[in-house]
Each structure stands twice: as C-alpha cells, then as structure tokens.
Write a protein that binds this ligand. Sequence first.
Ligand code: CO
Length: 499
Amino acid sequence: MQKETARLIELDREHTLMSHISAVLGWDQETYMPSKAIQERASQLALFEGLAHQKAVNPEIGELLATLEAKHDLSPDEKAYIRKVRRDYDIETKLPEAFVTEYARSTSIAQVKWAEAKKDNDFKAFESHLEKIVGLSRELAGYLNPNARPYDVLLDLYEPGSSQESITAVFSTMKAYLVDILDKIRAKPQIEDKCLGRYVSSETQEQISLYFMKVLHFEMDRGRLDVSAHPFTTSLGADDIRITTRYVEDYFPSSLFSTIHESGHALYDMGIDPNPEFRGTKLAEAVSMAVHESQSRLWENIVGRSRAFWERNFLALSALLGEAGRDLDFESFIESVNRVSPSLIRTEADEVTYGLHIIARFELESALLDGNLRVADMPGAWGEKYKKLLGLEVPNDRVGCLQDVHWSIGYFGYFPSYALGNLYAAQFWAKLKEEVPDIEARIASGDTLSVLTWLRANVHCHGSRYMPGELVEKATGSALDPVWFEKYLREKYSSIYGF
Ligand code: CO
C-alpha cells in the first residue's frame, strides 16, 4: 500500500469514528432520550456535525488524493477507495460554508412546518417553505455540477451513476407491468386480511421480533433491537448495528415485517468486509441507498412473505402468539400478508402498488426541479397522478402530498431508491436461484443461511468497491433489468390470485 493511502485511511478512520459517535447520539434521541433533552441534543449534534465537516474538508485529503490519482501502481482496492474518497471529498468541499448553514437552518424549519401542515391538513402553510427548499436544492446541485441538470445531480447523490434518463427508462417498463398485474388482480376475488387484526401485546411482539432476528442470523452480539416511532437501522460501529421496530397492538404484522425489513438492512451492514486494511473507512460503507433497500426488501418480501419461509416458521409463530394466535390458520395468514390493494399511503403499500407510489413522486419531483411544475400546483398534480396510476381519489393533502417527510428536509432524488431496491432485490434473487436451484426447499427446511451466504459473497462483502451499476453486473452478470421484478411478481401473484 502507498504511504499516502495509509495516511488517507488514518484521516478517514477519525472521520468514521466521529460519525459513529454522532450516530450514538442520534440513535439515543430516537429511542430512549427524555423529550425535554431535545434542545441540548440538537446542539450536541450540530457541534459534532461541524467538527466532522471540518475533518472532511481537511486540505491534506485533497493533496493526498491529487498525489495518489497521479500514480499508476495502485492496487484495485486502493483505486476503488480513492474513487470513493474523491467523490465524498468533492461533495463536502464544493458547498460554501454559508450555503451549508442556510440549508441546515431552512430544512430544519421546513420539517417543523411540514409536520404542522400535515397535522392541520394545510398545504398553504407549507407552500413557501417547500418553495424555499426546491430553490436551495437547485442551488446545491449547481455547486456540485453547474453543467448538469439539477435533478440528475441530486439523483446521483443517492444512487451514484444514475440520471433522470436512466431511471425513466427503467421505471417506464416497470410502470407498464405493475399496472397490468394490478388490473389482473382487480379482476379476481379480493383477499381480506381481517385475520391479522387481533390483539397481541407489545411483550409478545418483542419476543416474536427477537425470534425472527435469530432465524435470519442477525448477530445478537453485534447489534440489538429497540423501539422507535419509525423503524430504522443505524451503524454505531463495524460491530454495533442497531435496529428498531414499533409495536401496534391490534396489528402484529407491522412489527413482524418491519423487524425483518430492518434486519435485512442490518445483515448488509454486518457483512461489509471488503478488505481488513480498509476496515473503518469509506470503502467499508454500503454502496448506495437502493442497494441497501434491496437487502431489506429481499428479506422482508421475497423471503419473509414466501410460502416456503412460513412452511418452516408458521408453527413457531403460532406458539409465540399463544392464545392471541387462536384460529389463525396457515393459508389465511399467507394470503393476508400478500394481499394487494391500492392505497393512498406509500409506507403501507403492498409489493405490486409500491412502485406506483414511487413513480408518482419521481415524476412530480423531477417536474418541480425542472421548473415544469409550480409548488402551488402540487396538490392538484398529486391528485391527478394518484387517479391515473392507482385509480384513487385523494381526499386531502394529509394523505396526499403532505404524507412524506422527504421533501421538507431536501431529499429530492431519494424516492427512486426505494423502487430501485425492489428491482435490485429481484435481480439478485433470480441469480441466487440460478446458482442455488433448491433455495426454496432449503428455506422451507429452515436454512436461511444459504440466502445470507450468497448475499455476503456477492453483495455485502464488497462495501463500496464498485459503483451500484458495476456491483449488479458483477453479482448477476447483467446490468439492472426490471424484467426480474416482473417475473417475480407475475409468478407469485398469479398463484395467489389465480390469473
Ligand atoms: Co428500508
């Protein structure tokens, strides 16, 4: 290894340590912190973010990068590492200090205004704040790359290498088959999920969550489960991956599937191991939001809602439910957890309609960023999209364009990651099935380690060694192709709904 690379790693590790300390503060805030502590916690986090930013823009990093980029005898991992550090360094250094402060201030105000506007169902009260955030997002894109379209620059922040054009191409194929599958399902008798609505205490649900974390090989000595308002996964260190869930006492599948989902994220973080020399550096980070989401979706939906998985685990679930699980039979359970029904709320959407929620947001936010849609016209445009894509009337903005927090905090370009995650997951799954043809029989016999082993070897272990597009090619032999998700959905739902 070059001596400059060794020095870069030293600086990078300090930055990673600081971000893990910040993550401890953030995790505590969402789980155990008493509510009155919020003011000081916000100051603690702001101070730490400032210190971390100073470390990230250290000019020595720029000098080391320039020296290393001129060398021709770097190992493949050094090259990959330098590419990753360069990308992050450019993002950190291209934004003027004054802009960063203004952006942080405006998004934190907008988030509060959004929460109030949502509660009061009052888009007008949020409108000027959203306008401000759209403007700042354009400005941000301009600093990072003044020659590109703003929305392309923002998309690339979340899914490196993507653009509006590349995502539009993938989404237009996906839209056509999602609409077709949904039409076929609607022509059949609909599934009821009443059997899932039953009282199950938080204590019992916690036991169920812990049980299934172990089934999935979540390493309990490298992580833990807690409760928060919105489930999430966070890394507090290479050997400290925390997940959270929430217990809805009259609907236990909420915690069951969100725990499986977050465990999928955690298994990815636990499996990142590109090269011991690069432990604790940017090379040992997840490659992108979408690939991260592919891991949670694969475990939650492809494995966790499959017949094979429940053939093995339904008895254990029934035993854990005890009296609360009386009369819950296997067939109704499987059908109910795979029920497809268009709804207004993205986070509650099923596997088929979920992508339509994302397409709606993708089309609307790209129009906003391009200047083809005025912020004031968003509620009407949202209603039209939902009518067209999901066949639903949107009765108010609370369940319409005010439902998600993302835009208030400037996350333009983030939404597509969720749907790309489904596409990556299906493509990884297809390859896994080709290489391990009896995978479903293995899952049905209690072996989920075969799934994890494949993901570890083909996805997790690489960290940020490749760009997302390169990773999917390397793991599956071809570029991202939405056809795998189509095949998966058609096979699964034609058997459930009989079309
Ligand atoms: Co997720």
